[in-house]
Design a protein around this ligand. Sequence first.
Ligand code: AMP
Ligand code: ZN
Length: 470
Amino acid sequence: MPMPEFRLYNTLTRRVESFAPADGHTVRMYTCGPTVYNPAHLGNFRTFLFEDLLRRTFRLVGWQVEQVMNLTDVDDKIIRKAAANGENILQVTEPFTALFHQDRRYLRIEDAEIYPKATEHIPEMIALVERLVANDVAYVAEDGSVYFAIDRFADYGKLSQLDKREVKAGARVAQDEYAKENAQDFALWKSAKPEDEATGAAWDSPWGRGRPGWHLECSAMAMKYLGETFDLHAGGIDLIFPHHEDEIAQSEAATGKQFARCWCHGEFLLTDGTKMAKRVGNVTNVVGMREQGISGTAYRHFVFSAHYRKQLNLGEESLDQSRAAVNRVGAFARRLAEATAATPVLAEAATRAEQLFLDALFDDLNAPEAMAVLFTFITEANRELDAGGTDTAALERARAAFRLMDGVLDLVPEQETDAELGAWVEGRLIARREARERRDFAAADAVREELTARGILIEDGPSGTRWRRG
Ligand code: AMP
Ligand code: ZN
C-alpha cells in the first residue's frame, strides 16, 4: 500500500507542512498536561484526545513515539486550595492525579511514555534559570524573584506573532508590578510567600526560598526528557500565548538552539457556544459522563467528528448520536469476528478503505474524514457479509483493514460486564412477565425481541424463565 506523505499544520509557520521526526524513527513530543487541583473537564480531554490521535497516527506511519506529558502539581490555584484546606500541595494534587489517569483510561487515551511532575524537577528548573541569568536575559528582582527580560530575546513573539497583533512589549499594559523592568516580563522563579511555605510549595534556590513559574516547568522537563531540540510540542490553542511563547523564549535563550521543531494546537470544546472552562462554570467531566452511561468510545467518536483545528460544540444530543454510532461499530466488530467467509468484493472495499483512511489522517489529521471512511466501509462490508460468499482471504483482508482503522480511532465500546448485563436482563424479564400477566402478548414478544437483539436467549420452564448469552 503506498504510504502518503504525513502533513501537519505548524503554528510557527501558519502552514500545513510535511512532518517527520528529525532522526527518521522516533517522534519526540511534549504535550502540556493538566493542573491537578480538580477534575479535568471534557474540554481538556478534547485536547488530550487530539494528542492521542496524533501519537496513534504517528505509529501508523511507522514511527515510534516518545511522549512526555507533564503534571502541573504546583501553582497559584493549587496553593490557594491547599491553604484553604490547611493541607500541603501534595494532599491536593495526589487524588486529582489519580483521577486524571482513571478518566484518561476510560477515554482510552494511551499512556504517554513519561508523566513528570513539576515538584520532582526543581533542580532542573533552577539550573535553567541560572543559565538564563548567566546569559543576561533574566534578572533578579529585589524580593528574590527572577524574571525573563523579553526585550533581550529578539525572537520573542514569533509563535503568537505578537508584533503583527501590535501588542508589543508593555505597550498597553499598566506598569503595576514594580519589581519588573517591563510589564510583560514573566516570572521564572517566584519568591516564597508565607502561604507557599505553609503548603510545602517553597524550595531553596540561589535567590532564596521560592517556587518555579509555570512556563519554566515545561521548558525544563521537555529538555530533560526530549533533548534541547525535539520534534513536536502540542497543547490547546489557549496555550500559544503566553505559555508556549514563554517556553520558547526561556529554552532558546538558554541553549541558542531551536526548541520544538513543530508546534501543534487543538481548538476548543464549547458548551452551548461558550468555551468550556472552570471559571465559566459550564464544565462536564468524565465521571459525570460515566454516570449518564456514556462510554469513553462515544466521547472519542464525538471529538473525532470535528477537525482538531475547528471548534466543536457539545450540545444536548451530541453524545446520544455518538453512542448510537459506536454501538454500530461494536455490532460490526462482533459480526466480523464471527463471520467465516465473505465475497471477493469485500477485499477490494477493505483495501480502498485503508488507503482513504491513511490519506485522511496523513492530511493534517483529518479525523472526521477518516471516520467517514470507516462508516462507509462498515456499510459496504455489512452488505457483502449479507451476500454470503466463500472467500476466506477476503474476510481476513476486511479484518485487517478494520484493525488498522480501529487501532487509531478505538471506537468499539466495552462489552458490558456480566453483572451489568444480568441486571438489565432481569429487569426486562420482569417487564415481560408483567406483560404476560396482563395478557399483552405483543408487549411480551417485543421484550423477547429486545433480548434477542442483544444476543440473549430465553427459555420458559416450570421454575420460571432462564436466560443465557446466545
Ligand atoms: P489546564 O489544566 O487548564 O492547564 O489545561 C489542560 C489542557 O486543556 C491545555 O492544553 C488547554 O489548552 C486545554 N483546554 C482547556 N480548556 C479547553 C477547552 N474548552 N477545549 C479544548 N481544550 C481545552
Ligand atoms: Zn506547558
